[in-house]
Design a protein around this ligand. Structure first.
Ligand SMILES: C[S@@+](CC[C@H](N)C(=O)[O-])C[C@H]1O[C@@H](n2cnc3c(N)ncnc32)[C@H](O)[C@@H]1O
Length: 257
């Protein structure tokens, strides 16, 4: 059924996790939605902000379980815009950071439907920040590199190797499944004493953070559920984490018992 409303699409970055980390502009646009298509890693409390009567459709892709593939999502956005009017496409973090936003925009615009993008706070920076881990620190790290560790075929990306050879803070998204392999690879260039943090459910109530060194991954990191998404931070800035030194001392004490 077609609506009398003009079709339009707003891509909104929902922020890194907790529902109160969306931007003011994003929240305003969300409240004006006629239909919402939302991803995995969106705090569902955000859906309480939209009118109860409108459709809210989950189109997340998680851990290989793809209820919708990217082509399905593109088609659905265009269809829903003609059906309901204003589609809000709610995406985790910032839509332009590993968000495939450009594919959605290109498809929707090919039908003449106008698209607006509302930037979001990316998990890449905000999730470590929420744990007290900065991206840069004067005299410690003067740049940071946000990357995914592997290519489509599962092999390590060239960027992982280049970043390992630099002194940049490394922020690795979508890498937790390969945590041990990544640590071993980066160790080759930076050494086993390089600090690492793994943060899961960042900014949410059940947030967890494990800190240590690349060489200590075997002990103390056992509690990490590698089937769940998370952010890996590698570099000396991790020592800023409030419990970094205490955790390392405990680990050394236990390993010498
Ligand atoms: C497809 S990428 C999308 C990133 C998103 N566009 C952003 O700017 O944050 C999804 C990855 O972001 C990371 N991620 C997103 N939200 C997270 C959170 N709350 N806690 C930990 N990692 C998160 C994980 O590495 C996850 O696999």
């Amino acid at each position: 059924m077609k609506t009398m409303k003009e079709p339009k699409v707003t891509l909104i970055g929902a922020g890194p996790g907790s529902s109160d980390l969306i931007t003011v502009r994003g929240l305003k646009a969300l409240k004006a939605a006629d239909v919402v298509l939302y991803d995995a890693l969106i705090d569902e409390n955000l859906l309480l902000e939209v009118r109860a009567s409108i459709p809210k459709i989950y189109v997340g892709k998680r851990c290989g379980i793809h209820s919708f593939n990217q082509d399905d999502i593109n088609i659905l956005i265009a269809e829903k815009a003609f059906e309901h009017g204003h589609v809000v496409r709610l995406k985790g973090g910032d839509p332009f950071v590993f968000g495939r936003a450009h594919e959605e925009i290109a498809y929707v615009e090919s039908f003449g439907i106008p698209v607006t993008v509302v930037p979001g706070v990316s998990s890449a920076i905000a999730v470590p920040a929420n744990q007290g881990i900065p991206m840069t620190r004067r005299g410690v790290s003067s740049s940071f590199w946000v990357m995914t560790a592997t290519k489509r075929d599962g092999s390590f990306s060239e960027d992982l190797k280049f970043a390992s050879q630099s002194s940049a803070t490394m922020v690795i998204l979508m890498g937790v499944r390969k945590l041990a392999e990544i640590a071993a690879e980066v160790s080759k260039y930076r050494g086993s004493l390089t600090p690492i943090a793994v943060i899961q459910n960042g900014t949410m109530q059940n947030e967890s953070c494990n800190v240590g060194t690349l060489g200590s991954l075997g002990s103390g990191f056992d509690s990490i559920d590698t089937s769940k998404p998370g952010i890996i931070v590698i570099g000396d800035v991790v020592t800023e984490h409030p419990s970094f030194f205490e955790e390392e001392v405990q680990r050394v004490l236990h390993s010498s018992l």
